[in-house]
Write a protein that binds this ligand. Structure first.
Ligand SMILES: Nc1ncnc2c1ncn2[C@@H]1O[C@H](COP(=O)(O)OP(=O)(O)O)[C@@H](O)[C@H]1O
Ligand SMILES: [Mg+2]
Length: 381
């Protein structure tokens, strides 16, 4: 655990970048520092690896003041990733990643083997090993930066706006990759961003800082969204926080209906049974994969024509995706009903906007009643 205890940083020109910050950063999870530009995020991060020394206060790593060990030892236990990756331009990908192992005297072969292993871990094709950074895309460079930071297997990873310079699609991929890496490797990650959506997506805990380096709120993302501490945090979270909060509620308990799901060769009785439960039936192929919605009175029993069906839109994964995803599916569906599928893409049920609305109200009620929204951690946001 990293414990930041009433730390203040005043730069020589008098700027107070961080003001009496106290923060317990838990092990083996992602803690995000988020806030507007200039609020002291980078300064805080750099105080953790002593690139910047606090003016007042202490930082402890596993109970020990970080000033009590040589700075080189400290930094070896903390990988550091920055925006634009900060790669050595005159070194190949493999040599960039092997930098720290080489410094530690691992020997060329072992260092390169480690680099190759890490390339695979962060999703870089082995064919890129001999390239130079300028021959890579922004997203690839960022992956090299992460691999390099992980090379000596440090328990802590400090990341300063690592994904801010890449386009949204690539950024999403890098974020998903980081969550997967974190699950596999169990690092203690301190992640700095100015993007609240990124903070909410990645953080187990999120510290919102305000200008002047003061802590505005420190909470799990679901709690930030449901109970912002003050107007500053509320404003920083943006306007659609109610919708975004649905990302933290699962779909495992949604009351799905199965009778409106019929195959192309459905009998008149099956269609009628479905119609009793929903205004449209969902027609699937013989494997159960959705083909589209049909109005019961327009379907020919025994041989439904798939060309005449309404599109079913994007389905959601039952249990695996959140209420936000389910609501989105229902809103975009031409029938107002969402389709739930299993891992194989087979329809397992349909659910109306109204039923989703009731589940949302129930989830809000349960949350207010004290049930931790974190219970739904693991739901894809
Ligand atoms: N070396 C420095 N000397 C003086 N002021 C600095 C220095 N580094 C940062 N600052 C100031 O400290 C404040 C916090 O900076 P920083 O930690 O970089 O914020 P952030 O990363 O949140 O954008 C800003 O007002 C910035 O101008
Ligand atoms: Mg910064």
């Amino acid at each position: 655990m990293i414990r930041i205890d009433t730390v203040t940083k005043r730069y020589p020109d008098g700027t107070v970048a961080v003001d009496r910050l106290t923060l317990d950063i838990p092990d083996r999870s992602i803690t995000v520092l988020v806030g507007p530009s200039g609020c002291g995020k980078t300064t805080t991060l750099r105080m953790i690896n002593r690139m910047v020394e606090p003016t007042e206060g202490t930082i402890r790593l596993d109970g020990v003041d970080i000033r009590e060990q040589p700075v080189t030892t400290l930094r070896r236990s903390m990988g550091y990733v920055i925006q634009n990756a900060g790669l050595f331009q005159h070194r190949t990908v493999v040599d960039n990643i092997a930098t720290v192992p080489r410094l530690l005297g691992w020997g060329k072969q072992k260092s390169r083997a480690r680099a190759a292993e890490l390339m695979e871990r962060v999703g870089l094709d082995a064919s890129l090993a001999k390239r130079y950074p300028y021959q890579l895309s922004g997203g690839q460079q960022q992956r090299v930066g992460v691999a390099r930071a992980l090379a000596a297997d440090p328990p802590v990873l400090l990341m300063d706006e690592p994904f801010s310079a890449v386009d949204p699609v690539v950024r999403k991929g890098l974020q998903d990759e980081l969550l997967r890496l974190q699950e596999d490797l169990g690092k203690t990650i301190v992640f700095v961003t100015h993007d609240i959506d990124e903070a909410v997506k990645l953080g187990t805990m999120v510290a919102v800082l305000r200008t002047g380096g003061r802590l505005a709120q420190y909470a799990p993302p679901a709690e930030l969204l449901s109970a912002p501490a003050d107007a500053f945090v509320e404003d920083f979270l943006g306007t659609d926080r109610g919708i975004r909060r649905l990302s933290f509620f699962g779909t495992g308990d949604l009351p799905l209906r199965t009778s409106p799901i019929v195959t192309l060769d459905a009998t008149a009785e099956q269609i009628a049974a479905g119609a009793a439960d929903a205004p449209y039936v969902l027609v699937t192929d013989s494997d159960g994969r959705p083909l589209g919605w049909g109005a019961p009175q327009e379907l020919t029993a025994g041989r439904i024509d798939p060309a005449r069906l309404l599109p079913h839109g994007r389905p959601f994964a039952r249990g695996g995706e959140s209420l936000r995803a389910a609501l989105d599916c229902a809103v975009l569906s031409p029938t107002g009903w969402a389709v739930a599928v299993d891992e194989a893409g087979r329809a397992v049920g349909v659910v109306s906007q109204q039923a989703i609305g009731e589940a949302i109200r129930a989830a809000h009620g349960a949350h207010r009643g004290g049930a931790a929204a974190a219970a739904d951690a693991g739901v894809a946001r």
